[in-house]
Design a protein around this ligand. Structure first.
Ligand code: G3P
Length: 215
């Protein structure tokens, strides 16, 4: 399973890269806005340090504007993945990007029917938002299971990129279901390292080590 970091914060991206756990990055307009920096600056910073796939989102739901933005973004680097909304114009753009060899990440997916449409449109990645479904008392991980079943049944090449991840258990469940990618905030990645028995065990090993004669 690949791990992407869901942020536009270059400091957090550098931290995840240093851990050796960052296979790629996903951004969205809200995450870019949080940086307080111009979009061009944010993109340049990220592409400078991340060799893996970097999802950059279009900011329109009109087909022609979407394609103009998609081509501009794709020209910025071979690792750019154009993020498109799961709308009629978005999936039309997805199909056009597929024909032009532009990688895509179809975002804001909340149902199996939407995921099926994205695969048929040739999406490179589909981004189902598990946390936001859980927030409204729906079954986020159940959606991942259903998408994985559908994609496997028809050998769709679209990769399942689990998004809106809120805690390590989302990542574990996604891995158990065979999802290709989890994108997560740095805080979730950091929590994945933690186990109280590791801390207790390490403290005991260190304490016992002080009792070992050094000569
Ligand atoms: O980047 C898309 C997605 O991961 C957003 O997550 O936490 O805003 O629902 P969240």
């Amino acid at each position: 399973m690949q791990f992407f970091i869901d942020t536009a914060d270059i400091g957090q991206i550098r931290e995840a890269m240093a851990m050796g756990m960052c296979d790629g990055v996903t951004t969205n307009p809200s995450l870019v806005a949080k940086t307080g920096k111009p979009f061009k600056t944010v993109i340049a910073e990220i592409l400078d340090v991340v060799p893996g796939p970097v999802s950059l989102e279009v900011t329109t739901d009109e087909f022609s504007e979407m394609m103009a933005q998609a081509r501009q973004l794709a020209d910025l680097g071979d690792n750019v993945v154009v993020k498109l909304p799961l709308t009629k114009p978005g999936l039309r753009a997805c199909r056009t990007c597929f024909d032009e060899g532009i990688a895509t990440n179809v975002t804001l997916c909340f149902s199996p029917s939407q995921a099926l449409l994205a695969a048929k449109a040739g999406a490179t990645y589909i981004s189902p938002f598990v946390g936001r479904l859980d927030d409204v008392s729906r079954d986020g991980m159940g959606l991942i299971e259903r998408i994985c079943t559908i994609y496997e049944a028809y050998d769709f090449e679209t990769q399942v990129l689990v998004a809106s991840v809120r805690h390590p258990q989302h990542v574990v469940e996604a891995a158990l279901q065979g999802a290709h990618v989890s994108t997560m905030p740095l805080a979730v990645l950091e929590k994945m390292f933690n186990h109280p028995l590791t801390d207790i065990g390490l403290a005991k090993f260190m304490a016992d080590w002080t009792k070992v004669p050094k000569e």
